[in-house]
Design a protein around this ligand. Structure first.
Ligand SMILES: C[S@@+](CC[C@H](N)C(=O)[O-])C[C@H]1O[C@@H](n2cnc3c(N)ncnc32)[C@H](O)[C@@H]1O
Length: 352
C-alpha cells in the first residue's frame, strides 16, 4: 500500500544492519505500525510481534496480518451462503471474496459522500471514487458487518475481510498519494470496476498482539527484545491524509467537513509531528520501556534534530547511528508532483 513512510522497500536493508550489529532477540515491538509491513516482515522471521498505531485502519491490517495465525475456513458462513465455485480446490477466502465480488450493489456512506453523482449539490462534487466503485465499497463493507452481527464469521475472519477491503480500495481511489484531496480528472485506475483482492495470511505460531492506541501509553505493559520506532518525521498528521481509509474501516457514519469530506481527528494527533513534543515522547519511551535494543528509524529531513536525538538516547545506553542513502519521491501537501531526491535514512541503535 502507498503510505507515507512505508518501510517495505527498506526492510531487507534494515535486517542486514541488525545482523551486522548483532541485534538478535525473540520479540519485536513495532511501535508505529502504519501498513504493518515491518511487523509482517519480522513475524515471517519468527519473532513474537507486538504492534500498535493510532489509526484504526492500521489496526485492521495488524489484526489480519500480525495477530491472526490461522488460515480462515469460513466454516459457518460457507454452510449458509451459496457460492459459485470455479474450482474444487479454491480456498475458502477466495470463495468468500468471489461471493462479495458478485453481490447486487447498494448505496451507503461512501457512495453518498465521496462519489460525484451523489455530491452534485456541493460546490465541488467529490470525485474520490466512481459511482460504481462507491457502491461496491459500500456493498462489501455492509455485508462484512452484517456477517459479523449475525455471528457467521469469527473475529479473525472479520478482520481478514476488512483488511482485504482496505488493501484493495487504494488501487481504485482517484487520488495522487493521500486522501486529503481528490483529483479533478479521473485517473485511469479509478474508473476501472473494483474487484476485491485477497490478502496473504501469515502464520508463525507465536502469540502476537496488536493495539489501536497511542503506543506511548503501552510502554509499561510490553516487554520486547527489539523496540522499533518509526514515528512521523514531519508536521503532517497521518489521520487527515488517510481519512477515507479510516472511515471505510470504522464505517461509523462520521460527521464530515470541507471539500474533502474530512472526519474529525482530534484524538489521533501525533506528538511526533512537532519537534519538541516528539523529543519529549522519545525520551519517555527510551527511559521507561522494557527493551534490549531500541531502534529509531528516522531520516535527514526529520523535524527532530540529530544532536537532540543523540543527546536524549545516549543517556540510556550505547548509541550508534547508521546512515544510508535512500531515493525518495518527494510530494507536496496534496501528495502531488513527484521529484526524485536522495535523502539519508537513519537508524539510531540504542543498546540498553
Ligand atoms: C512513518 S509511519 C510508520 C510507517 C510504517 N513503519 C510502515 O512501514 O508502514 C508513522 C505511523 O505512526 C503512527 N503514529 C504516530 N504517532 C503515534 C503514536 N503516538 N502512537 C501510535 N501510533 C502513532 C501514524 O498513525 C503512522 O501510521
Amino acid at each position: 500500500m502507498r503510505f507515507i513512510g512505508n518501510k517495505e522497500n527498506l526492510l531487507e536493508k534494515i535486517y542486514q544492519i541488525f545482523q551486522q550489529k548483532n541485534i538478535f532477540g525473540n520479540s519485536f515491538f513495532d511501535f508505529f505500525a502504519g501498513t504493518s509491513n515491518v511487523g509482517q516482515f519480522f513475524k515471517k522471521k519468527g519473532f513474537q510481534v507486538f504492534s500498535s498505531d493510532l489509526l484504526y485502519f492500521s489496526f485492521v491490517l495488524q489484526k489480519a496480518y500480525i495477530e491472526n495465525n490461522e488460515v480462515p475456513t469460513f466454516e459457518t458462513l460457507l454452510s449458509k451462503i451459496e457460492v459459485k465455485s470455479n474450482s474444487l480446490f479454491e480456498n475458502p477466502l477466495i470463495k468468500v471474496i468471489n461471493y462479495l465480488n458478485g453481490l447486487p450493489l447498494q448505496e451507503g456512506f461512501i457512495t453518498k459522500n465521496y462519489t460525484p453523482k451523489n455530491t452534485q449539490h456541493l460546490e465541488v462534487p467529490r470525485m474520490y471514487f466512481s459511482d460504481e466503485n462507491g457502491k461496491i465499497i459500500d456493498t462489501i463493507r455492509i455485508q462484512i458487518e452484517n456477517w459479523k452481527i449475525e455471528n457467521l464469521i469469527s473475529e479473525n475472519e472479520y478482520f481478514i475481510l476488512l483488511a482485504c477491503l482496505i488493501e484493495t480500495v487504494p488501487f481504485y481511489a482517484n487520488i495522487s498519494g493521500v486522501y486529503a484531496a481528490f483529483q479533478k480528472i479521473w485517473d485511469a485506475r479509478a474508473i476501472k470496476k473494483m474487484i476485491l483482492r485477497p490478502i496473504e495470511i501469515i502464520k508463525n505460531q507465536k502469540e502476537n498482539k496488536v493495539f489501536n492506541q497511542n503506543s506511548v501509553e503501552l510502554i509499561s505493559e510490553i516487554q520486547a527484545d527489539i523496540l522499533y520506532l518509526d514515528p512521523p518525521y514531519n508536521q503532517r498528521q497521518y489521520a487527515p491524509n488517510y481519512h477515507l481509509l479510516e472511515t471505510i474501516a470504522k464505517y461509523d457514519n462520521p460527521i464530515i467537513k470541507g471539500v474533502s469530506g474530512m472526519r474529525d481527528y482530534t484524538n489521533q494527533k501525533s506528538q511526533f509531528c512537532n519537534a519538541e513534543t516528539g523529543l519529549n515522547e522519545l525520551h519517555k519511551i527510551a527511559k521507561n520501556a522494557n527493551y534490549k535494543y531500541l531502534i529509531l528509524s528516522y531520516n535527514s529531513e526529520g523535524i527532530m534534530p540529530k544532536t537532540k536525538i543523540e543527546q536524549s538516547l545516549s543517556s540510556f545506553g550505547d548509541l550508534e547511528l547508521v546512515e544510508f542513502d535512500y531515493l525518495r519521491f518527494k510530494s507536496n501537501s496534496n501528495g502531488e508532483s513527484k521529484n526524485k531526491k536522495f535523502i539519508k535514512e537513519q537508524l539510531y541503535i540504542l543498546k540498553k
